[in-house]
Design a protein around this ligand. Sequence first.
Ligand SMILES: Cc1ncc(C[n+]2csc(CCOP(=O)(O)OP(=O)(O)O)c2C)c(N)n1
Ligand SMILES: [Mg+2]
Length: 803
Amino acid sequence: MKTNPNTKTEITFDDFKAEVLNDYKLAVTSRECSLLGRREVLTGKAKFGIFGDGKEIPQIAWAKAFENGDFRSGYYRDQTFMMAIGELTIEQFFAGLYANTDLKEEPMSAGRQMGGHFATHSLDENGNWKNLTEQKNSSSDISPTAGQMPRLLGLAQASKIYRQVEGIDATNFSKSGNEIAWGTIGNASTSEGLFFETINAAGVLQVPMVISIWDDNYGISVHARHQTTKENISEILKGFQRNENEKGYEIFRVNGWNYPELMDTYQRAAKVSRKEHIPVMIHVQELTQPQGHSTSGSHERYKNQERLAWEAEYDCNVQMRQWIIANNIATDEELTALEREIKKAVREGKKAAWSAFINPIYAESKEVLGLLDQLASTSSNGVFIKKLKNDLEAIDEPLRRDLLSAARKALRYVVAESSPAKTNLQNWINNYINSVQQKYSSHLHSESKLNALNQSEILPTYDANAEEVDGRVVLRENFDAIFSNYPEALIFGEDAGYIGDVNQGLEGLQEKHGELRVSDTGIREATILGQGIGMAMRGLRPIAEIQYLDYIMYALQIMSDDLATLHYRTKGRQKAPLIVRTRGHRLEGIWHSGSQMGGVINLIRGIHVLVPRNMTKAAGFYNTLLDSDEPALVVECLNGYRLKEKLPNNIGKFKTPIGVVETIREGEDITLVSYGSTLRLVEQAAKELQEVGIDAEIIDVQSLLPFDLNHDIVKSIAKTNRVMVIDEDVKGGASAYILDQILNEQNAFEYLDSQPKTLAAKPHRPAYGTDGDYFSKPSVEDIFEAIYDVMHELSPADYPKLR
Ligand SMILES: Cc1ncc(C[n+]2csc(CCOP(=O)(O)OP(=O)(O)O)c2C)c(N)n1
Ligand SMILES: [Mg+2]
């Protein structure tokens, strides 16, 4: 079931009729899925449903203009489109509703996302790129409204890069940049900042992006009058329309129930966007929601009778049906027969999907019921176990949770017994958890051979008389090598282009590598991030620069919701190996001291978070990351660009390993754990402590996510028996995370002779000025005294109280 692309120039009436009927069939099939889908939720087989009913016809028109290599970045209403491009069958639609964890049955996310969140596979089962130019592509949906917009920008910009930058191997990704990135968004979601930010950026960048706005006048219950000025998004965006003298958008407006006009509009939109690389907006008006917003409510509560009657009349499928009859393409009877057939096919597809979902669980249930039976017959608590077994057996449609819950509870009845039946059940539980857990927890990170942790360290090497240079020069030389060695690498951000970034780590590189590869962007952190995500999804190696760590907050939502979850939510079938470069730590002032690492690391699990203490380490991280296929955030030390570092002679080659700590000072008395700029204060404090006879060992964490994979910190604690984590974040932030790792992952507890401590900043944001810093973040004296106090507790005679 697929729509035919509009390629023929001359067709017979019979061809035309067949095509129209095929389209109608698609629309009705999709509608029937929505109707039955809702019923599956109401009867309890599925948990939640959000469907594409009322948006069928425009999506068929869109699918006809969508070519191989093109990308979609859309939202939960697009099921008809997915069916029309041949990427969603009836069975798969229902598999998504049931949360089937088998990727073959549920290719969108293997049950990880609720239904209505669509995707295609960009990677094969080994994590290698497929040839994206030979398939129709859909980037994986996310639920936050307008969250699809930033990535859309990057998907579109990739075409521009492939068309205009020479030397990139585009085999798997592009044919001369002819691909369009197609977006969809609901009318109400255009109220989000991300929408406006993306629209503006695409107009500036002039990229082949076609955004369809599905306008049904509502966002759940909230009417357009509360959402959009003048209740009309294309009206207020008219200023974006290009004209003879100024670049901008092509803007179309079309009614969503008008099949022939939709066909025409989408063909025209595709033509201009594909050829000229022009962004296009299609405002599709007068759409409806036949079943309301989702299965969570009913729209009769907030739509009046008049609106409901209008929706019934202007339902796009109803209108298409009338048009077919009015134009003598088919008769009412023919269509009725067709509809009857479709209803049957959808019912059968639904049944098949349910069987595919439940049958493996039945088989697993049978196993565990047998084991429970055995256990009951050999245990003195047999009656209780029998009851557990009977209760499980009585569940008509058991879930895996039911199986495990019964099996684990049964073990409690035989805790004091030993029998082969008990061992069998224990083994079954362990194996079962291992295998089922994978269905839910795999692919947070790359499982391919390009996983960043497979990269081993290559140390920087130096000439005997190596020059001492500003740290930023080490970075600049290294970026120069990166852009020379990786034609697909590019960097962009505020001030990153012409002046070569605010600290000149990219000085002169735009001139050398071109404006498309080293470029300035507008002040728009979320879409800088999205640009990176989209380009990385199409085989480029973008480095998105966020000027200061303090301002990553604007991009954090999209890092958290989109980038960090992408590989996980597609069970490894999409990736965006985006490097996010920023700088932070230890400057002064509420918005220039970048210390909010606890927030960052807790929101972006799935992305590596690297905190190099100097620019050589930072450069080494970039080199590591470019040879791997995972996203990462690198936080350079804002106060380190002018500090002197030796210039390595293997620029572009040395690699800092990820997840590996470094002991930067050896000592016997206490282990100090820190990272980034704070280390310089810790090192100073350690020197001063040495003067009073306290010998501290200092460990640079370097990589917060992942954390000390070799468990080197606990080895140090086994020697010193004491630990303090020193951090410029607030208490409970990154220091709490680090201490949790040390205590719970590394089991340091047994080696500790003193209470493990954290030393962190005040709970307020850091105040401005030198004194503001002194009284906001841990100072050298604070560090000295905190450590001294630990030693005082141990031996008051040797270390009398300071104050
Ligand atoms: C950031 C965010 N806020 C709220 C929601 C809850 N929510 C889901 S859909 C929706 C309404 C969207 O309306 P619209 O964009 O018009 O799309 P439609 O469902 O009407 O097609 C809301 C508020 C969400 N998913 N994300
Ligand atoms: Mg809406």
